[in-house]
Design a protein around this ligand. Structure first.
Ligand code: HEM
Ligand code: HEM
Length: 463
């Protein structure tokens, strides 16, 4: 996260002072931007959420991870990929398609690592002792298999030289995949973590198992094919635009079903959420999920997008989604799981709290300034004004954005320090009461299994 946010900060600074990098090719904006974006996606948010999935899957399935060795190999390959991403993009080896910039050899490594992880997950599911599949398991497995598949399509891996088709079909394919990075990778992984952490922190059963499955399947049904809402200003077939717009608005169903379920689980227990730093990050992430999704549904309306497209409004939306929703939940997962995984107490709750506020201030601040800047740009261009008149108007907002970016970068450094000190800190006594956790989490109204009655507590109490 430190490296990723630093690249964001560098990019933001270059937007204020374009000559700052002295035209050093490795750090020109055009290269810094994709490094920032790919590092936040593949270097911070996705691995943060996947780490949590590796932790909760065996626990929810009441078994061991199928292969620790395979898991370690996946981590090594994953880190190798990150090094390749930074070096290749900085050196100018890019396929120039957003979220699919990586050259073919890196693409292949990414496909391989997703295959390894999926194999490990699915074999863990196969050897489970817990018959009920809790919804977090569904989300984690679906995210991996769907992303592995759409990554191949979106990166046109059968054309190693260009990684692209030609013309409009290429744009459609790219955004089918590009959109799925948020909809079928970050969203399900984040929701899987939220469904795991919130009931545990609240010490209360999930409100409804049925609703959790309705939320899962409606997400798969609706989210998979709305990528064309990124192309409403492009001459793609109208029927595709109509489907994308209608189902983007329809996204309100999977979003609200999930949120009602999670928020009802936490009803009356906000004190518990507030007392647990992991829960606090995750719960805040769910609130921002609400905002980013409502905003997204609005942005998919052609009349709205005429103003909001191609300007900082979208960058605001991106940061609320990827940092405010998925990033916050990734951080929450880390803070909930890390002390339990290493058997040591968190080094500093105070630092984690401080980091929480810095990230929250940063992301809310980003939203405000970038939305205003976006509206200025959108209206100016809508009225036919030229770009050299608009840029000075938004300069001040770029300065504020970079300052807020500095805050987020500082938060990342503090988080890193806290995590390292936790890992190398003094061990705590750990009491593990074995049992099947899934029923405990499922014990919602319709399953009839009362939380207390199940008596299957699986809680690692770090003292
Ligand atoms: C109901 C849910 C959502 C809907 C309907 C939606 C809709 C949209 C639309 C219409 C755009 C294109 C805007 C334009 O180019 O003018 C967009 C862009 C984007 N969305 Fe969402 N969004 C949703 C949720 C999310 C979430 C949860 C995330 C993050 C996890 C996210 C991340 C992004 C990003 C990063 C972009 C920028 C893509 C680019 O580089 O152009 N969105 N969204
Ligand atoms: C972990 C935290 C962060 C996440 C998850 C994140 C995510 C993203 C994403 C997904 C995009 C692509 C947006 C799009 O194409 O629509 C982006 C672009 C960008 N981000 Fe971040 N970001 C983070 C932190 C930062 C920070 C600290 C800064 C510093 C100011 C920053 C500055 C930028 C800039 C300048 C762009 C390019 C905007 C443009 O092209 O106009 N980001 N970020």
């Amino acid at each position: 996260m430190m490296m990723a946010t630093f690249m964001g900060l560098l990019g933001a600074t270059e937007l204020i002072a374009p000559d700052l990098s002295g035209n050093l090719s490795w750090i020109v904006f055009g290269r810094v931007r994709p490094i920032h974006v790919n590092l936040v996606l593949f270097g911070f948010v996705t691995p943060g959420l996947l780490g949590a999935a590796f932790y909760f899957l065996p626990r929810l399935l009441d078994t061991d991870l199928y292969s620790e060795g395979l898991g370690r190999v996946s981590v090594i390959v994953w880190n190798l990929i990150l090094v390749c991403i930074v070096l290749s993009l900085a050196a100018g080896y890019s396929q120039g398609r957003e979220y699919a910039e990586m050259i073919w050899p890196v693409d292949m490594l990414i496909v391989i690592v997703f295959t390894l992880i999926f194999f490990n997950f699915i074999m863990t599911v196969a050897q489970r002792r817990e018959p009920l599949l809790y919804v977090s398991v569904w989300y984690a497995c679906a995210a991996i298999v769907l992303t592995g598949l759409t990554y191949c399509l979106g990166n046109v891996i059968w054309r190693p030289d260009s990684g692209a088709l030609v013309g409009i079909p290429d744009a459609i394919l790219l955004w089918f995949y590009g959109h799925n990075i948020f909809g079928l990778l970050l969203t399900p992984l984040s929701l899987g973590v939220a469904y795991y952490v919130i009931p545990r922190v609240c010490r209360s059963p999930l409100y409804s198992h049925t609703l959790s499955l309705v939320g899962f399947w409606s997400l798969i049904l609706v989210y998979t094919h709305i990528g064309t809402h990124h192309l409403l200003q492009v001459p793609v077939p109208t029927w595709l635009k109509v489907i994308a717009t209608v189902d983007s608005v329809g996204m309100v169903i999977p979003v609200m079903v999930v949120l009602i379920n999670l928020w009802y689980t936490a009803k009356g227990r906000l004190g518990e959420i507030h007392a647990d730093i992991g829960g606090k990050f995750v719960f805040t992430g769910t609130i921002l999920y609400f905002f980013v999704s409502i905003q997204g549904s609005m942005m998919a309306l052609p009349q709205v997008q005429r103003i909001t497209h191609f300007n900082n409004w979208v960058i605001a939306h991106s940061h609320v989604g990827v940092l405010g929703f998925a990033g916050m939940i990734a951080l929450g997962g880390i803070y909930y799981i890390l002390p339990r995984a290493v058997g040591k107490p968190l080094y500093s709750r105070y630092l984690a709290d401080f980091q929480y506020w810095l990230v929250l201030i940063g992301v809310v601040g980003f939203t405000v300034v970038l939305t205003i800047a976006g509206l200025i740009q959108g209206n100016a261009w809508f009225n036919g004004e030229t770009i050299y008149r608009v840029l000075p108007e938004i300069h001040m907002y770029y300065i504020v954005r970079a300052s807020l970016g500095l805050i987020i970068f500082v938060a990342a450094v503090l988080g890193f320090y806290n995590i390292v000190r936790t890992i190398f800190g003094r061990p705590a006594e750990t009491v593990v009461v074995e049992g099947s956790p899934t029923r405990e989490l499922l014990a919602g109204s319709e399953s009839g299994l009362a939380h207390q009655e199940s008596g299957l507590a699986h809680q690692e109490v770090a003292s």
